[in-house]
Design a protein around this ligand. Structure first.
Ligand code: KIV
Ligand code: ZN
Length: 520
């Protein structure tokens, strides 16, 4: 039996920090459930002291995912650690992850502390964290640019205080595969109590070496790796989970370690993340890119048809990429749809099925063939858990080279059950539609980002529209899919409107509860 390397996923913490990748609570929960299904060992769910939203994310992920360890990040101050512990209170398997920088450049310019002071801060933090839980991780931020003797001293001291995992991050993506293993081996040789902790690595990708460095560190003795789905993360990102796991699997001969990852869930995890954030995976991205298994060159196609192993080192199926299969048609019923979703690994509620079925019949009327990817689009578009204050009843837009774009939009207010219509002109049909929606909702949105892409094949493909819209200074994402991109554009924008209204209503309820609590 091979040794095990633990997979520590930080998509919801380090990944979420990167521009365009922020997620709301429901989205983080959806992603966390998918990470659980993927089989990651540890989910780092947030940095609780950073914001109330981060706190809530850690708490809710801890409530909902009971198998994996749930980690919360904190600096070394008592308030940080206590806040992390508060957020983890209901976790089945909590971990406090405390960090401080150990490189001289960080000590001098960021912390303005001496090495002795940082050593003491590290020990105190681990001691305090251990007073709450037995599972404590310590990270020496910027470890790869730290003095190696000093790093050994800090790591020895924190293990003495009870750290069970010691993380050696390459915070700025500076190290290279011939140097990083030397750091890991030195720690194994020179830290006398190293056998009492697991060595973890955490690589950023500034030189494009995050995955290579991680693999080199595993060979040198690291037994936990920190990574993110699709490699999202600060700046150039973090080492990508799917690449690390599949490299270990494909090159078992040279990296003979097990992980708990269910590789068939990799593609779905990647898709779930890009559907939530709207940050699409580049086509040539290893493992999960659209072209990762596409053989274009004739000579390659010829070889693959004769024997897949000629040009394929792993099968698309092994990472959960399905070849296009026709699944359902116009006459398929609700039961068949539910069964198909179950086969695809989705358990959906009765209400979600009703909604999905409505969208499915609409799509089946428009398209000759309905594929699994269409069903996925329906699921991702249609059954978002945001209550719909406004629903699109009708949209019509005209545009052309020589005419002013105009739109006519009818919205239903689900509270009053009234429908109202507005017309507007604009700079193109989508802008005209958005102007009309603003008039109807009374909310002025500032469109920060708009993307449209075909998510299924053919001229009757389903197009997905993704928007970032700002209302009152807060940015919301919205998305929708349809064979008609004006319809998808309108519904994506409304999705963001409904999220903004929902957030406002939730804030109002929280304020009222606070007023009541204060009055008691
Ligand atoms: O990159 C880094 O050093 C980090 C630490 C907080 C682990 O993200
Ligand atoms: Zn990091």
């Amino acid at each position: 039996m091979s040794e095990r390397v633990s997979i520590f996923d930080t998509t919801l913490r380090d990944g979420e920090q990167s521009p365009g990748c922020s997620m709301n609570l429901d989205e983080k929960l959806r992603m966390a459930r998918q990470l659980d299904a993927l089989g990651v060992d540890i989910i780092e769910a947030g940095f609780p002291i950073a914001s109330d939203d981060d706190f809530a994310a850690v708490r809710e992920v801890a409530r909902s995912c009971r198998r994996p360890v749930i980690a919360a990040l904190c600096r070394t101050t008592p308030e940080d650690i206590e806040r992390a512990w508060e957020a983890l209170a209901e976790a089945a398997r909590p971990r406090i992850h405390t960090f401080v920088a150990t490189s001289d450049i960080h000590l001098q310019h960021k912390l303005q502390k001496s090495r002795e002071e940082v050593l003491e801060m590290s020990c105190q933090a681990v001691r305090r964290a251990r007073s709450f839980t037995e599972d404590v991780e310590f990270s020496a931020e910027d470890a790869t640019r730290s003095d190696l003797d000093y790093l050994c001293r800090v790591i020895t001291a924190v293990i003495d205080e009870g750290a069970t995992v010691v993380n050696i991050p390459d915070t700025v993506g500076y190290t290279i595969p011939s140097e990083y293993p030397h750091i890991i081996r030195t720690l194994r040789e020179r830290v006398p109590n190293i056998d009492r902790a697991v060595i973890s690595v955490h690589c950023h990708n500034d030189l494009g070496l995050g995955v290579a460095n991680t693999l080199a560190a595993i060979v040198a003795g690291a037994r936990q790796v920190e990574c993110t789905i699709n490699g999202i993360g600060e700046r150039a990102g973090n080492a990508s989970l799917e690449e690390i796991v599949m490299a270990m699997r494909v090159r078992k001969d040279l990296i003979p370690f097990e992980t708990g990852i269910i590789s068939e869930e990799i593609y779905r995890s990647s898709q779930t993340l890009s559907n939530i954030t709207g940050v699409h995976v580049q086509p040539n991205k290893a493992i999960v890119g659209k072209n990762a298994f596409a053989h274009e060159a004739g000579i390659h196609q010829h070889g693959v048809l004769k024997n897949r192993l000629t040009y394929e080192i792993m099968t698309p199926e092994s990472v959960g990429v399905k070849t296009n299969s026709l699944v359902l048609g116009k006459h398929s019923g609700r039961h068949a749809l539910n069964k198909k979703y179950e086969e695809m690994g989705y358990q959906i509620s009765r209400a979600e099925l009703d909604k999905a079925y409505k969208l499915f019949t609409k799509l089946a009327d428009q398209k000759k063939e309905v594929f699994e990817e269409d069903l996925l689009a329906i699921l991702q578009d249609g059954i978002a858990h945001i209550p719909e204050h406004f629903k699109l009843r009708a949209v019509q837009a005209t545009a052309g080279t020589a005419v002013l774009a105009t739109a006519l939009v009818t919205l239903a207010n689900t509270e009053t059950e009234e429908s109202t219509t507005q017309t507007s002109a604009g700079d193109g049909p989508v802008n005209a539609v958005y102007e009309a929606i603003d008039k109807l909702t009374g909310l002025k949105g500032n469109l920060l980002d708009y993307t449209v892409r075909a998510i299924t094949h053919g001229t009757d493909a389903v197009g997905e529209v993704f928007v970032h819209v700002e209302f009152d200074g807060v940015s919301y994402t919205g998305k929708a899919a349809s064979t008609d991109i004006v319809d998808a554009s309108a519904r994506a924008y409304l999705n963001a409107v409904n999220k903004a209204l929902y957030a406002k209503a939730r804030k109002q309820i929280a304020n009222n509860e606070q007023v009541l609590a204060d009055a008691m």
